[in-house]
Design a binder for this molecule. Structure first.
Ligand code: CP
Length: 333
């Protein structure tokens, strides 16, 4: 007998996913449960046509491999279709407003997904303005403040490794040097906001210029106080890694220098020794896992030996982007 997909609960229909903080703990649990079910069904070949004939509009102001393809493949697997909209080749480039995008796309389909991550102060505000005028759900595919699709997949990956109870696990979220481009701040910000909700001990490490935005820092402090976890900031990777169960070293930019990439790279050059190598990994717990949202600057942020080594979980982490994206679309659209 053909196995049938488990029905998707309807209680989140119409909801936006703009920051993890907008959803309650129970709602995050529902998203993770749904992602787990969809992952099992995908691997078992069970059809999951929860969004037949529905359209999702993917608006990108920045490049992507995982996010674009997980949403496009995910929509197909859910029975719908994803439309790719490049900000440079749509009328957004001529100044079309977020109000018009939200209003008009709401009359054409069933969900709007947006990536707008490279200009501090703009991405989250743009999405909230689209959402204010849209009558269909809006999903944040990465903004200046949060990357909630990434961190949900990260939480799923951590749970798969350590189980559901994450209390007292230590995660080190550290800056690392990367010469390729000035990377958004939203992944470390998203991590400190989400992981502090589950009683984890979150240690953030960065050189002095690489402070994160005030709002996510305050949310992380509040979440840690509420969950019984801990949130601390240190000024070097080695201290952050000490006895960590999860290490997540990655690069991000100086908030005030995103519009001046040459100056930003000059600041970063001072900290070329912020690399995750085997000696750094040895400071963490023996069973510690290495995570990175990808793309990583190999042999700058992390050595090949670490990212390709036995402690690395970057591929399961990237894989979980598909299942979490599908869960968010199936629940909200
Ligand atoms: N981690 C992540 O968001 O990957 P992409 O930039 O390739 O979408």
């Amino acid at each position: 007998m053909t196995r049938e997909a488990k029905p998707i609960p309807g209680l989140m229909k119409g909801r936006d996913w703009l920051m993890t903080q907008d959803w309650s703990d129970d709602e995050i649990e529902l998203a993770l449960d749904t992602a787990g079910t969809l992952k099992d069904e995908f691997k078992s070949g069970v059809p999951t046509l929860h969004l037949p004939h529905k359209s999702g509009f993917l608006i990108f102001f920045d490049k992507s491999t995982r996010t674009r393809n997980s949403f496009e493949a995910g929509m197909t697997q859910l029975g719908g279709h994803a439309h790719f909209i490049d900000s440079e080749t749509s009328q957004i480039a001529h100044g079309e407003s977020p109000k018009d995008m939200g209003t008009i796309l709401s009359t054409y389909g069933h969900g709007i997904m947006i990536r707008h991550d490279l200009v501090p102060g703009e991405g989250q505000a743009y999405m909230r303005e689209v959402a204010r005028h849209a009558s269909i759900p809006v999903i944040n595919m990465q903004c200046d403040v949060d990357h909630p699709c990434q961190t949900l997949a990260d939480l799923m990956t951590i749970r798969e490794e350590f189980g559901k109870d994450l209390k007292d696990l230590k995660i080190a979220v550290s800056w690392a040097y990367a010469p390729s481009y000035v990377k958004p701040m939203s992944v470390p910000q998203g991590l400190i906001m989400l992981m502090t909700r589950f009683g984890m001990n979150v240690t953030l490490a960065h050189p002095p210029e690489y402070t994160l935005m005030d709002e996510p820092m305050q949310i992380a402090r509040d979440n840690a106080a509420r969950s019984g976890g801990r949130f601390e900031v240190v000024d070097n990777m080695a201290d952050a890694f000490a006895d960590a169960d999860i290490v997540y070293p990655k690069s991000w930019g100086v908030e005030s220098l995103f519009s001046q990439p040459e100056e930003a790279m000059n600041v970063a050059l001072q900290y070329r020794d912020w690399i995750c190598d085997e000696a750094m990994m040895a400071r963490a717990n023996e069973r510690a896992i290495y995570m990175h949202c990808l793309p990583a600057d190999r042999n700058y942020e992390v050595t090949d030996a670490v990212i390709d080594g036995p402690q690395s979980r970057v591929y399961p982490e990237a894989e979980n982007r598909l299942h979490t994206a599908k869960a968010l679309m199936a629940l909200t659209m």
